[in-house]
Design a binder for this molecule. Structure first.
Ligand code: HEC
Ligand code: HEC
Ligand code: HEC
Ligand code: HEC
Ligand code: HEC
Length: 212
């Protein structure tokens, strides 16, 4: 049947019917979008728990950030502390938490390395070093006088870990294998391409600065 006669039939059905058809269409669209909004990320990412239920909160009463995460003399970043750094306290149980008991059984006894999952892990073609992003680089520029201690800057790039009573779940992209919370290029560029930073630092937005 030719199309125009279908159109005629549709129009002949009257404005009430048309309104219903449109309402139905938009309702369906809204439903599909909402479902997609919830379902798509759930399908896209696999949640993997950290191997040890370590919390920052328990340890911040005893330590500063820089006791565990610091820049070495040569500018390399200490990263996540190794099991040998934890043994002074956890060679035997301190408390009666299951998380601690599991940690001791699986890793501390036998001094095994914990395969921590790094939320920020960058793709292999991106170069990043904490040394260039030390608080001193910002202080040289003088535009953020409120950043005084090394840890004042961590929260610019990392989500806050202080208040977590469980480690944040690691979300792995099923297609790429990368972490969902990796810092995106646009976030790097919020500094590197910031016109206020121009000529003040070596922070450069040329592709080869970050891509090797
Ligand atoms: C007792 C040692 C210790 C102290 C003190 C400590 N951390 Fe950690 N940090 C760890 C361990 C172990 C991990 C790995 C487990 C995890 O991700 O929670 C970690 C992971 C992190 C990560 C996650 C990195 C990523 O991309 O996955 C950030 C960010 C971080 N710490 C920031 C801080 C900040 C900020 C402070 C101070 C407020 C701090 N840490 C104090 C031991 C410590
Ligand atoms: C100076 C002592 C000290 C050091 C060093 C230390 N911890 Fe702890 N840890 C504690 C205390 C105190 C608690 C909380 C109370 C308890 O469980 O007895 C704790 C609790 C824990 C727990 C139970 C869950 C939680 O966070 O409350 C785990 C797991 C743990 N620590 C792992 C680690 C790891 C991994 C390291 C090394 C990166 C480490 N600890 C270094 C003192 C220490
Ligand atoms: C300018 C952004 C930026 C700042 C500021 C920053 N980080 Fe990171 N951090 C990153 C990126 C990006 C990675 C992932 C590096 C990679 O995969 O090569 C990372 C990785 C880490 C890791 C995991 C290390 C590992 O061995 O893989 C820890 C722990 C960490 N950062 C803690 C900190 C702490 C503590 C501070 C504050 C003193 C801090 N970061 C400041 C961007 C930043
Ligand atoms: C908070 C602002 C800020 C953010 C966010 C930031 N950078 Fe930087 N970056 C700087 C500054 C400032 C410098 C220059 C340091 C200096 O002059 O000592 C720099 C320098 C660098 C350098 C060294 C350049 C050189 O030639 O010495 C690299 C590589 C780099 N950044 C990569 C990254 C990547 C990758 C990201 C995102 C994952 C990132 N940066 C996010 C501020 C930032
Ligand atoms: C300040 C650091 C920085 C600079 C400068 C930079 N990139 Fe990136 N780029 C990143 C980071 C970090 C990622 C990985 C995270 C992500 O996927 O956004 C990335 C990812 C990419 C990707 C993978 C696709 C994507 O967006 O996920 C392409 C393509 C890319 N960059 C091209 C470029 C080109 C071309 C330039 C120069 C015009 C450039 N980048 C400059 C940090 C940078």
């Amino acid at each position: 049947m030719p199309r125009h006669s279908e159109n005629k039939r549709f129009r002949a059905a009257g404005p009430g019917r048309q309104a219903k058809v449109f309402a139905g269409f938009f309702l369906g669209l809204a439903l599909a979008l909402c479902l997609g909004w919830r379902l798509f990320p759930a399908l896209m990412y696999r949640e993997i728990p950290q191997p040890v239920a370590f919390t920052h909160a328990s340890h911040l009463e005893l330590f500063d950030c820089a006791d565990c995460h610091y820049l070495r003399e040569d500018g390399s970043f200490s990263g996540i502390p190794g099991t040998e750094d934890c043994l002074q306290c956890h060679d035997t149980p301190r408390g009666d938490s299951r998380a601690e008991a599991e940690y001791i059984e699986k890793y501390a006894t036998g001094e095994k390395k914990v395969p921590w999952l790094v939320h920020q892990k960058q793709p292999d073609n991106v170069f990043f070093s904490h040394a260039a992003h030390d608080i001193k680089s910002c202080q040289k520029m003088g535009c953020h006088p409120e950043w005084e201690e090394p840890e004042d800057l961590c929260g610019y790039c990392h989500p806050s870990v202080e208040a977590l009573d469980q480690p944040a779940p690691y979300k792995e992209n099923r297609l790429t294998g990368y972490s969902k919370s990796t810092m995106k290029m646009a976030d790097c560029e919020s500094c590197h391409a910031n016109p206020d930073h121009r000529d003040l630092t070596a922070a450069n937005n040329a592709c080869f600065t970050c891509h090797k």
